[in-house]
Design a protein around this ligand. Structure first.
Ligand code: NOJ
Length: 760
């Protein structure tokens, strides 16, 4: 065991923090410089100091427990989460850098998921843009705001592939597809971290929840995941691998059992794959209380066992559970854990602190924070990115865009005027919702006199969320059935008086996200009943959907002429919806997740393997006897106010050698009357191989803008990266000399086809 050393590090060596905020570092230190500083620090640390760096303390106290101050003074925690106030960041930091023995700055972590002060669409919404620059830009602005306020580290991006819409956290990711998910994951890492870890105005990012959290049994949050290695490697890992390639500085392990070994204490996952295969050199944090939960999960005998096994598996930091803090030093003293193992984890965390420039600039500048948070340009960006996120699901007889000459509009529904529900499911700790609602957006566009509103009956979770306690403000009591009935009648009356009805319906913010799974996917509450009563009035009706997951909208799709998926569109959501409804902006988003017809179809995703009854077989028209088995709206679907024609699909060569790339091109023409965006999508299918391959897999996409009549040739490259897969038969990555189908088009049912042969 290393000898305790009480000397304080020389100031010059540490470039110790000064109370005044110094200039941020403007170029990254070299690996050798980082190592030298980490070595020097490590040499000064007691075992207890080291364990402190592996412990993340909660900045809020649970059940009257004391705050983290005392522990910080002793060097008992290296990181703090769940604080979100500049003054408090600075006060806690002062304890660490001025009162603790080694003066190692704290790393402040927070969930900055789709915005900090300026709120952008929820991640599934941003992924619907099929434009990675949307995610990148939102993350960049969120980073600038959060870093100015004093946050160093965001627990984002959430890159879990989710193929089961019942799972509430589908809202937080990029949907069902590994290829799209990988592009969105890398974009967010670039946006949060910037050109290098420690770049000014950026944050440390965290790819979570490693891995396969989205495959929870039955879509029930936290339930165990049973997943084959094939599916892990081909479907659930790619966005994580992409985040690692993009240089993400940290990973968060998932809570649940992964094939019976909790992800947070799974050495195959955290050591073999993450570090061994992918060469990840950052650190891994548990999910909140996750290390203590290893006992609850009946995996570890007690806290001691949990700490030893989590650390041994490759977990570096214990989020909020105190399990490392309580047990690791004793485990080393007993010889059950080697100090070298602890050193390894401490090094990774200190290296990140050095790279982030925390030793030079531990404090946030309050005046600068106020200025950055008041920057109105960020709101304009929120509006633009929200516009790009919207998906036009249906538009019968061109009901949309609406005419500016409309005499009167009724805006109906429980989500029409709710700021919190417009901002979405991941609200930053302590944030007060300040979104423009759809009602406000429409009133701003048309003038208040023309826009009537009635919310209809309330919708609420039948089982309340434990997160409700964190939402500031009084909680309205449950609506009585009588009041609900009166609200229903009022909504129908309001609709009667208008020329056109805009129904804003879907799910409230607390109906998706963590601990927000559902067993049914219909519109909750009496919304469908109200929609039926409104449609029965015979007026044109537009349904604006807000929420965090694909819904089962069989009736709505058959009976409502126009449907716009707005997701939870963020701070400027109401303006963005109005922009799209009135055609100032032509919607160009596409679905990143399949919409089922009925709840019982879940999990439903386009990239399934085929059966012995081929797709579309007349013998076997549906796998359900009471209805079709296909999607209501397929993956990649999204309409525009214009139309696009695809032609001239060409491969540079019909045959290509293994390991060589081939280029694919297609002409896309705006064949309608207005300018618009199209997401050109390329899918492939390997016709035979050492293992069965999905009927289609996305392997290229590009969002382009075309004027009426304009044609653009769009090219993709299909090389070994796109053509390889992990074969369960070979138990390795393979690229095989086989025949492939290629389709290019507007969604995952694209018909324009070409053949490709890969040969030896
Ligand atoms: C639990 C959630 O699963 C995770 O996504 C989040 O980052 C942590 N809590 C911290 O708030």
């Amino acid at each position: 065991m290393r000898r305790h050393c009480n000397a304080v590090l020389p100031t010059a060596l540490l470039l110790a923090a000064s109370a005044a905020a110094a200039q941020p570092v403007s170029s990254p230190p070299s690996d050798a410089q980082v190592k030298a500083r980490v070595d020097a620090l490590l040499g000064q640390m007691t075992l207890e100091d080291k364990v402190g760096q592996l412990s993340q303390a909660a900045g809020i106290s649970f059940g009257g427990a004391p705050g983290p101050e005392e522990s910080l003074r002793r060097g008992g925690a290296g990181s703090v989460l769940w604080v979100n106030e500049t003054k408090r960041f600075n006060a806690l930091q002062k304890i660490a850098v001025e009162e603790s023995r080694l003066k190692i700055p704290l790393l402040f972590g927070l969930d900055v998921i789709h915005g900090y002060r300026t709120i952008f669409p929820i991640p599934i919404g941003m992924a619907s843009s099929w434009d990675p620059s949307v995610h990148e830009r939102a993350a960049e602005i969120a980073a600038r705001e959060a870093r100015a306020a004093g946050v160093h580290w965001t627990f984002a991006p959430m890159v879990d592939v989710a193929r089961d819409a019942r799972w509430g956290r589908i809202a937080e990711g990029a949907g069902e597809d590994p290829y799209l998910g990988a592009a969105m994951a890398a974009a967010q890492v670039r946006g949060f971290q910037g050109p290098y870890l420690g770049a000014p105005d950026r944050l440390l990012a965290c790819a979570k929840h490693f891995a396969a959290y989205g495959k929870a049994d039955g879509g029930r949050d936290y339930d165990p995941v049973y997943v084959s290695e094939t599916e892990l490697r081909n479907v659930y890992f790619p966005p994580f691998a992409a985040a690692a390639r993009a240089g993400v500085g940290s990973f968060m392990s998932a809570y649940m059992d992964l094939n019976d070994v909790p992800a947070g204490a799974n050495p195959w996952l955290l050591r073999d794959v993450l570090r061994g295969e992918w060469g990840f050199s950052g650190f891994v944090v548990s999910d909140a209380f996750g290390t203590a939960n290893l006992v609850t999960q009946h995996f570890a005998r007690d806290g001691r066992d949990a700490a030893a096994r989590a650390l041994g598996a490759g977990l570096d930091m214990d989020m909020a559970s105190g399990t490392f803090a309580k047990n690791l030093a004793a485990l080393v003293k007993d010889g059950a854990v080697k100090e070298a193992q602890i050193d390894e984890a401490v090094r990774r965390i200190l290296a990140v602190k050095v790279r982030l420039g925390l030793f030079e600039q531990p404090y946030a500048d309050e005046a600068r924070a106020a200025a950055v948070l008041a920057d109105s340009k960020s709101r304009a960006e929120a509006r633009r990115l929200a516009q790009r996120s919207m998906v036009l699901l249906k538009n019968e007889r061109q009901l949309l865009p609406l005419k500016a000459s409309l005499a009167s509009v009724a805006v109906i529904g429980p989500l029409a005027d709710s700021k919190a529900d417009t901002e979405g499911s991941w609200m930053v700790f302590g944030h007060v919702p300040a979104a423009v609602t759809v009602l406000e957006g429409l009133r701003a566009r048309l003038g208040s006199a023309k826009v009537a509103h009635a919310p209809g009956p309330e919708i609420r979770r039948e089982v309340p969320s434990f997160f409700d306690d964190f939402i500031p403000g009084p909680k309205p009591p449950k609506q009585t059935p009588e009041a609900g009935e009166a609200a229903f009648r009022q909504a129908v009356e309001t609709a009667k008086g208008a020329e056109l009805v805009i129904a804003v319906m879907g799910e409230r913010a607390d109906m998706s996200g963590e601990a927000a799974s559902r067993a049914s996917l219909e519109l909750p509450g009496r919304q469908q009943e109200l929609l039926k009563a409104i449609v029965a009035l015979g007026k044109p009706v537009v349904l604006v959907l807000m929420g965090g997951r694909p819904l089962a909208l069989e009736w709505e799709a058959a009976n409502v002429p126009a449907i716009l998926e707005a997701w939870q569109p963020g701070s400027e959501g109401g303006h963005a919806v109005a922009d799209v409804l009135f055609g100032d902006v032509n919607p160009g988003g596409k679905l990143p997740a399949t919409f089922p017809r009925r709840s019982g179809q879940t999990p439903l995703y386009y990239a399934h393997t085929t059966t012995h009854q081929p797709e579309g077989s007349p013998m076997y028209r549906s796998r359900y006897w009471e209805g079709p088995a296909e999607a209501l709206y397929p993956f990649g679907h999204g309409l525009s106010y214009t139309s696009f024609a695809y032609s001239n699909l060409k491969l540079a060569a019909p045959q290509v050698k293994l390991g060589v790339a081939v280029s694919v091109s297609v002409d896309v023409t705006n064949s309608g009357g207005v300018a618009g965006d199209e997401v050109v999508q390329l899918y492939l299918h390997q016709k035979a191989g050492s293992a069965s391959r999905p009927v289609r897999e996305l392997k290229g996409f590009k969002r382009i803008s075309l004027k009426p009549g304009e044609t653009q040739t769009v090219s993709f490259s299909l090389g070994p990266d796109e053509l390889r897969y992990w074969s369960s038969f070979e138990r390795r990555w393979v690229q095989e000399a086989e025949a492939f189908d290629i389709w290019v088009g507007t969604d995952s049912t694209a018909k324009l086809h070409a053949d490709l042969a890969v040969v030896r």
